[in-house]
Design a protein around this ligand. Structure first.
Ligand SMILES: *Cc1c(COP(=O)(O)O)cnc(C)c1O
Length: 388
């Protein structure tokens, strides 16, 4: 006899709890900013992806309000029906210019962009190679496409090279900056391998854009790689750019193909135009204000120096993502709770988001934080290490 469905779920939830893998949502009552109130308590936050501090910027808020007056709230339809406004079009042109590519196409979210790109370009009978630590949306896109997915060990271009020798690979996909580790993909080598294999290289630069490269042009620019016709750049707007949504930039043929074939583009309502107006402003601020990136780099250096003095194991990361490895999910949770008791919010990242045995605290820094904020974090971490 099989269990009654809700009883079955209850048993699974209880198992998650016993394994320290249960997740619950916390309720924030402030805008996204370093000093937050979460679950009714003031906490200093080191866990947003608002790396440049634009999510709550007055100019971005004002653009959103003006946008709502001009366009109303809802976009009312999908892009291919009547949802595509002049605001969307202008942002696509601005993103194409920013990334130095012929065209750009807006998607509602980064998750949907990755599903759309992959399913439009590869299918049954094709092979798609992905870094083992890629974001879930790239892996899910592969499943949905029905292509054969080959995962290579993290950043291991020699292993990828061997896979490419054996298979007819149509696409290589990688995070530009790995979302839970903060390190960069070996993009120069990947570009070369993709070129030799006549395959697409899809770079998901959710965490590189805005943060690294000239004017925040991201990880490809960081390595001095200029736009080419087989590299597809995917970027999100809800992280450094502080708003919401995502885009793909590439050749004319690529973008027109996505418009015809990417189901997560076609069968969904366009984002509200007011939001798009807000993004136009935040994109300008992100590109123009190098001081935010400089500030961020200074905070990253301060954090790394202090943390290594404490004897903490840091990752090889020059980005605002600075994991502190705990090992077990239980230890990561315990550390996170200890920090919280000291008024500091750092989330514990556990499997399946990261591989088993690599649970960690994921510290993220933001240009909106101060030196004193980082010192407070370091002080709280120092108590953690003496308690081990
Ligand atoms: C956040 C993220 C996404 C998803 O973007 P959303 O706009 O939040 O859906 C995709 N890829 C990576 C690497 C991300 O970090």
């Amino acid at each position: 006899m099989s269990q009654h469905p809700p009883t079955h779920l209850r048993a699974q939830l209880d198992e998650l709890k016993a394994a320290h893998l249960y997740r619950h949502r916390r309720i924030r009552e402030t805008p996204q900013q370093p000093c937050t109130i979460v679950d009714g308590r003031p906490l200093l936050s080191f866990c947003s992806n608002d790396y440049l501090g634009l999510a709550n910027h007055p100019d971005v808020i004002a653009a959103f309000q003006r946008g709502a007056e001009r366009w109303g709230v809802g976009s009312g339809a999908a892009h291919l029906v009547t949802g595509h406004s002049a605001a969307h079009h202008a942002l696509e042109e601005a993103l194409a210019a920013f990334t130095g590519r012929p065209r750009a196409l807006l998607f509602s979210t980064g998750y949907m962009a990755n599903l759309g790109i992959i399913t439009a370009l590869v299918g049954r009978g094709d092979t798609l190679c992905q870094d083992r630590l890629n974001h879930a949306s790239l892996l899910d896109g592969a499943q949905l496409s029905r292509a054969t997915l080959c995962r290579y060990p993290h950043a291991n271009t020699a292993a990828l090279d061997r896979l490419l020798a054996d298979t007819k690979t149509r696409m290589i996909a990688t995070d530009g900056v790995f979302s839970m580790d903060g390190d960069l993909a070996p993009l120069s080598a990947l570009t070369q391998l993709a070129y030799q294999a006549s395959a697409w290289l899809l770079v998901d630069d959710a965490h590189g854009l805005g943060v690294i490269g000239r004017g925040g042009r991201g990880s490809l620019d960081h390595f001095g790689l200029t736009p080419d016709a087989t590299t597809i750049l995917m970027g999100t707007l809800g992280k450094s750019f502080g708003t919401f949504g995502a885009f793909v930039a590439g050749s004319e043929e690529l973008i027109e193909t996505l418009i015809q074939r990417a189901r997560s583009y076609i069968y969904t309502t366009a984002t509200p135009p007011a939001l798009v107006e807000a993004t136009c402003v935040s994109l300008r601020l992100a590109e123009r204000d190098d001081w935010r990136r400089e500030r961020l780099q200074a905070l990253i250096a301060r954090f790394r120096q202090g943390a290594s003095q404490l004897g903490l194991t840091l990752a090889d990361s020059l980005t605002p993502i600075q994991p502190i490895f705990a090992g077990t999910a239980e230890q990561a949770l315990r550390w996170s709770q200890t920090l919280e008791a000291a008024g500091i919010l750092v989330s514990a990242i556990r499997p399946p988001t990261v591989p088993a045995g690599t649970a960690r605290l994921r510290v993220t820094l933001s240009a909106a934080q101060t030196d004193a904020d980082v010192d407070r974090l370091l002080n709280a971490l120092s108590k953690l290490t003496t308690a081990i």
